[in-house]
Design a protein around this ligand. Structure first.
Ligand code: ATP
Length: 730
């Protein structure tokens, strides 16, 4: 059995069976370098050392690990820690070893005499870690060994549940306040912003590129936002379960050692990672509960220095999450009554975070009260946006209320009646299903599987034909009743619908993103000879023309898909696409509209038909006969060699036969426009391609995934940080 470790000048009291607070403080200093205990640490340690069971609630970053590490150091025997994730065990063991403390971990055989993260029993215990409920059998085996249950989040009911599940006997109950006084809380409203990405990059830049975490619900959003930040010169990298473990640990290492400042991640990131100087935690999407929000935002300011939590609230995000939560539990083949109970609970939990965002009262108070703690009115001291700028927050909320309900998932009857079929859209919005095709071994224990699975399921429901029809019908009904309730016609409500229009600012920002992506492609491929500015403009115009009527969401998704396409295509593909696009643009830089292009092609095809090369217009355009779309679907065209040859010969056609708006070059351009163009890949295709690339050239791909900006801006990555440490806790 392990003896107590030799502690300098300490443990005199142990001769009498007790260790004084002073001696414990010396141990803290000697091994961890801290001068005194925080919060309820000392009381918890003393309870365990005296052989009592203990339930201890301390806030995020409060120092719970110390409560079992110090007893392990000063007492003979071992302390067994039960942790929810393997990564946490690894980090903790590595860190303890670096301090000369003998520690090992067992990743599959978990038995316990002393435990951490006890809230898992009550919350995750239902659906995530059923094995936690078996821990109580150890009590029978080792009745005299004290059990310590530690958590940052437990409302009174959960606390009771934990105590009874673990069979704690007459435990010492220690509760510290949930308050994190060094975190400033703020909510920003996506629906009132022109460009959320720019808002985030401005926030990071104006804060001096400090160490930050940005949480997104979906992997695709992580990739996309990371790309944007990198292009803005921000030192960022992406982390989610879609990346292989080698890439993930490289990202983590870079971030822990300050080589990367910002990590854009799913909730897989952060648990048990102890970088103390995280200054900003940003939620790009709504978390699913106040508890998740508290845990995630609590990763800011573990060094107790001033830090920020910024939550971006979007009405679409809200509806999407509600949909996910409503459907998740039914997917898990629960008996229907228990599944609907779980859904109701999940929705009730979620409503707290919605209330946090949609209310103008103190954010801090909302968080703390949600855990059942009473709050003094003077607690906040203007350290949240609602207390610091009450008028501004109220007026934003007022403005938000004017955003119409028909923005439900940003699909309106306009969309339904447009020529675009949503099932064919190559955008993230509809292609979430593809995400599920990522190989199973790439998905480790660490992602938020519930959200991902549910979300995939939700979207696959949308994309199934019946589901889509039903959805669109429901949306149409919702929109109609909205206007009826308002006593307006849709046209009268038109000014409200403006919110989904694509502003010039957004277009400019997107053009810049495309410019950056083209720059990256040029760096990657080296042999691209195009004018980046005008190519970016053409690509942007293409997306705009395609989704102008449908709205911001689809436009943004199309831009994102194009950025991804640029990051994975070869020179020929990019060259061909840009040539063809350029061909559609008039000399003064304005795009011809789709009708013009269509007319041009039809005209051209007529001539070609005259020459006997193609039999019908739809043959020539490569469109299905039944396709009523007015848009020219270049990408789908599969021209025959003969057609291509004939098309090339149109150089010699008479000018008078061309539509007047199409100039000489455009005639040639239209012919080129019929060549086969590469399709912009879906996210699933993109990931599969990335996987293939990785296999053939793993090192190059990994460095790309880890964030190109380090090369672009090596100075930023080193600035403004203190030495981080890997977390040692469960
Ligand atoms: N008494 C102390 N004085 C100063 N720093 C401390 C003290 N105790 C712990 N710390 C440091 O505070 C940080 C947070 O500690 P720890 O990881 O144990 O927090 P936690 O309560 O488990 O947080 P979370 O619930 O967010 O995981 C660590 O870097 C730890 O070394």
């Amino acid at each position: 059995m392990k003896k107590a470790l030799p502690i300098k000048g300490a443990l005199a009291g142990s001769r009498h069976g007790t260790i004084s607070p002073k001696e414990l403080e010396n141990v803290l200093k000697q091994y961890f370098g801290y001068s005194g205990f925080r919060g309820r640490q000392l009381e918890a340690i003393e309870a365990v050392l005296s052989g009592r069971d203990c339930f201890c609630l301390m806030p995020t970053g409060g120092g719970k690990s110390m409560c079992y590490q110090i007893p392990a150091l000063v007492k003979a025997g071992i302390v067994l820690v039960i942790s929810p994730l393997i990564a946490l065990m690894e980090n903790q063991v590595t860190s303890l070893k670096s301090k000369g403390v003998p520690a090992e971990f067992l990743s599959s055989t978990q038995t316990a005499k002393n435990k951490n993260e006890a809230h898992c029993i009550s919350t995750w215990g239902h659906d995530f870690r059923p094995s936690y409920r078996k821990i109580s059998s150890l009590r029978k085996q080792f009745p005299d060994i004290p059990i310590l249950a530690l958590t940052a989040t437990a409302v009174p009911k959960v606390q009771k549940d934990v105590i009874s599940s673990l069979c704690l006997q007459n435990p010492v109950i220690l509760r510290a306040s949930f308050n994190r006084p060094n975190i400033f809380y703020e909510v920003r409203y996506k629906d009132l912003l022109d460009d959320v990405y720019s808002d985030i990059s401005n926030l990071l830049k104006s804060s001096g590129n400090v160490c930050s975490i940005i949480y997104c619900l979906e992997r695709a959003a992580c990739d996309d936002l990371n790309m944007h930040l990198s292009q803005q010169g921000i030192s960022s990298a992406v982390y989610h379960a879609g990346l292989n473990s080698k890439v993930r640990s490289a990202v983590l290492d870079d971030w822990l050692s300050s080589r990367t400042q910002v990590v854009v991640a799913t909730v897989a990131f952060g648990m048990g990672i102890d970088r103390q100087d995280v200054r900003i935690v940003c939620h790009f999407n709504l978390p699913k509960s106040m508890e998740s929000f508290y845990q995630e935002s609590g990763r800011a300011g573990r060094d107790q220095q001033p830090s920020r939590s910024v939550l971006y609230y979007g009405l679409d995000d809200r509806r999407r999450m509600e949909f996910i939560l409503r459907n998740t539990n039914s997917k898990k083949s629960q008996p229907s009554s228990s599944s609907s109970e779980l859904s109701e609970k999940a929705l009730a939990d979620f409503s707290q975070i919605v209330d946090y965002c949609e209310s103008s009262s103190c954010r801090r108070k909302k968080i703390i009260e949600s855990f059942g703690e009473k709050v003094q009115p003077t607690l906040c001291q203007r350290s949240c946006d609602a207390c610091k700028h009450p008028n501004q927050v109220s007026s934003r909320l007022e403005e938000l209320r004017r955003v119409p309900n028909c923005r439900y998932n940003k699909i309106s009857p306009v969309f339904k009646s447009s020529s675009v079929n949503p099932e064919n859209l190559d955008t993230e919005f509809w292609n979430r299903e593809d995400d599920a095709s990522i190989s199973a071994e790439d998905i480790s224990d660490s992602d938020d599987e519930e959200a991902a699975a549910a979300s995939n399921m939700a979207i696959s429901k949308y994309t199934s034909k019946g589901g889509l029809e039903a959805k669109l019908d429901a949306l149409e009904r919702a929109e109609n009743s909205y206007y009826q309730a308002k006593g307006q016609t849709k046209q009268q409500g038109g000014n409200l619908v403006d919110k989904k229009s694509i502003s010039q600012t957004l277009r400019d920002a997107c053009r810049k993103r495309l410019l950056g992506a083209l720059g990256q492609a040029r760096l990657r491929l080296g042999n691209l000879t195009f004018d980046a500015e005008s190519s970016a403009a053409h690509l942007e115009t293409e997306s705009f023309k395609k989704y102008e009527k449908v709205g911001k969401t689809f436009y943004n998704s199309q831009i994102a898909a194009t950025v991804r396409w640029l990051s994975s295509s070869n020179s020929d593909q990019i060259h061909n696409r840009l040539c063809a696009l350029t061909d559609q643009i008039t000399d003064n830089g304005a795009a011809t509209n789709s009708d013009q292009i269509h007319n041009c092609l039809c005209d051209l095809t007529d001539q070609i038909t005259d020459h006997g090369a193609a039999t019908t217009v739809s043959d020539a355009l490569g469109r299905n006969p039944g396709d009523a779309s007015g848009d020219c679907e270049f990408a789908k065209t599969e021209p025959s060699d003969e057609f291509a040859k004939t098309a090339a010969s149109t150089e010699n056609m008479e000018h008078s036969r061309m539509p007047s708006v199409i100039r000489e070059e455009n005639r040639r351009d239209c012919a080129i426009g019929t060549m086969e163009l590469p399709k912009i890949p879906s996210f699933g295709e993109f990931i599969t391609q990335k996987g293939k690339d990785r296999a053939s050239s793993s090192s190059r791909t990994e460095s790309q995934l880890r964030g190109v900006s380090r090369k672009a801006n090596p100075v930023i990555s080193k600035e403004g940080t203190t030495g981080p440490s890997k977390k040692m806790k469960s």
